[in-house]
Design a protein around this ligand. Structure first.
Ligand code: MSP
Length: 523
């Protein structure tokens, strides 16, 4: 048994349908998972749903459904969406599953037994309509609360708290000494700034049943359920526990599974998350793990937020991008390509329909699609689809793209990897224009030169398929099939030059990205 490369996404609140932000995070994670597999690693890719808490309970009630029935229905949609985006997930967690709930309870019990929690009274202002405590930040300049909060009452409530203060010094040291822990750098600096300038408040980890019942009951006090974040973060280890992960099982005194061979997953290699949930992952989660006696995840990959037309994505204003509608109209690969090519892991992004359509047209249809189609069609027409013998004119360009792509994939610079790959797409398209094989074909004296050119083009297409597979798997597989190659381009080492032998018969060329009429430009 050896440790797998374990990558996770945030688990999504199941209070609506997936949107662009969710799709981005899932696709980035899938590209990383596929890339690691193509570099020969065993990978475990986990995503899923965060089903407890007030938000979900409220939406379910609004729709007149019991929370569990509501979650069960939506879970089917979300699972369908992992298939539509061609995510190569190894498991799908739902926090209402018994395998998750028992682990959350085991952790609560352990941390309570070891003195990490205490019970205390909280006095504060409470919005009855919003069912939430208000803080001074919710006050208007004149000191009153917005009428949108409805009736505000002073409420006294007993809850359980997790002692955090004692953890602050080691956490600061840890983040300072492990610069790779939070990527990109500026997100690490944000966390360090916060930790150095604030004293951590102890974390309230319960809600009284009288206020919220859609949660996991505290094993040591039936009057409470767990706070949704305490529940949700645990998914990253409850699923390893369900697969018999030895570190997690030992820390929680669980009997190792006897039914399936255990998987070594923890610590996670990468938690992919959005910038809004950084504090939960960089502060609370490490402290929870330390208290349990488990090592910290190796890296948090923190992405920015998407807007549409420079405005917040919002269902209520209708400013949304429906991932499934885009996939249906343009194909899943066009969607995957655009998101990763447009937005690096870190900054915020802006979706525009025009921007999407013009990348599709320029980079996919006229760039990659045109290269593959004309290269293979000429090979078919002029040489009956039979590869001429090897020639190495573009081998240096291909090697450069291969090396750069591998380097960028290892460093999670996915946008840069695509730029390197397009270095080869553009070079090969330029090579067609410069060598003009359609002219060479008319001159029998140029037959040997035409052989050379056709070999270089077809071999470049093969290498592109290998490099592109993590990003746009269906198209990469189509290129392979059109080249007459069996299987899928799953192994990055295959991007070495010269693997298509002379005499090999290719398959049938067909357009990869049909050209589309561009939508009218917005004013
Ligand atoms: N359930 C919590 C996460 C618990 S993880 C232990 C949650 N769910 S969420 O559905 O609100 O968000 C899921 C992920 O989607 C988060 O990483 C969040 O940052 C990301 N995004 C939500 N909207 C987004 C954009 N508009 N743009 C990019 N990503 C965004 O938070």
């Amino acid at each position: 048994m050896s440790k797998r490369f374990y990558i996770t996404t945030a688990i999504n609140y199941v209070n609506g349908q997936p949107h662009l932000g969710h799709a981005y995070e899932e696709i980035v994670s899938d590209v990383i998972a596929r890339a690691r597999r193509s570099m020969g690693e065993d990978v475990f890719f986990l995503t899923g749903l965060d089903e407890h808490g007030q938000k979900v309970q409220q939406v379910a009630h609004k729709e007149g459904k019991a929370p569990q029935a509501y979650c069960d229905e939506l879970a089917e949609d979300w699972k369908g969406y992992t298939r539509a985006l061609q995510l190569t997930i190894d498991d799908f967690v739902r926090t209402t599953e018994p395998r998750h709930k028992t682990i959350v309870q085991a952790i609560l019990q352990k941390l309570n037994d070891t003195g990490h929690f205490y019970r205390a009274e909280y006095r504060g202002f409470y919005s009855v309509r919003e069912e939430t405590f208000l803080t001074d930040k919710d006050r208007r300049p004149d000191g009153t609360f917005d009428p949108a909060f409805g009736e505000v009452v002073e409420l006294v409530e007993e809850n359980y708290y997790f002692r955090l203060k004692e953890h602050q010094p080691w956490l600061i040291d840890y983040i300072e000494q492990h610069p790779e822990f939070i990527h990109p750098d500026y997100r690490r600096n944000e966390v360090l700034g916060f930790l150095r300038n604030h004293t951590l408040e102890d974390l309230c980890i319960t809600r009284p049943l009288s206020r919220l019942n859609w949660g996991i009951p505290l094993p040591f006090d039936p009057g409470y359920v767990t706070y949704v974040w305490f529940d949700a973060l645990v998914n990253y280890i409850s699923i390893p526990a369900a697969h018999g992960d030895p570190l997690v099982c030992a820390a929680l005194n669980l009997a190792p599974s006897t039914t399936t061979p255990p998987l070594e997953l923890w610590p996670a290699d990468a938690h992919v998350i959005g910038k809004d949930i950084l504090k939960f992952h960089a502060v609370y989660w490490p402290i929870m793990l330390k208290a349990m006696g488990l090592p910290l995840p190796k890296q948090l990959l923190v992405h920015g937020w998407w807007q549409k037309n420079s405005a917040k994505i919002s269902k209520s204003t209708g400013n949304v991008v429906d991932p499934l509608a885009v996939v249906q109209e343009w194909g899943v690969d066009a969607f995957r390509y655009y998101l990763v090519r447009e937005l690096d892991l870190g900054p915020d992004g802006n979706w525009t329909d025009d921007g999407f359509a013009s990348r599709y047209q320029a980079e996919l249809a006229n760039g990659l699609g045109n290269l593959v189609n004309r290269s293979l069609s000429m090979l078919k027409r002029y040489r009956n689809g039979i590869m001429p013998s090897r020639h190495d004119e573009l081998s240096g360009d291909a090697l450069k793209a291969f090396r750069e792509t591998e380097h960028h994939l290892r460093g999670y610079h996915l946008k840069a990897a695509l730029e390197s790959i397009w270095g080869l797409v553009n070079r090969a398209n330029q090579y067609v224009d410069q060598t003009a094989p359609f002219k060479l074909a008319k001159d029998p004296a140029q037959a040997a030169r035409l052989d050379e050119v056709l070999y270089n083009l077809a071999e470049s297409c093969r290498i592109l398929a290998v490099l592109l597979w993590p990003f746009i798997p269906s198209s990469a597989e189509k290129i392979y099939a059109q080249l007459g190659l069996a299987g899928a381009p799953l192994n990055l080492a295959e991007a070495a030059w010269g693997k298509l032998p002379g005499g090999h018969a290719i398959g049938e060329p067909a357009p990869l990205f049909p050209r589309k009429d561009l939508p009218p430009k917005s004013p």
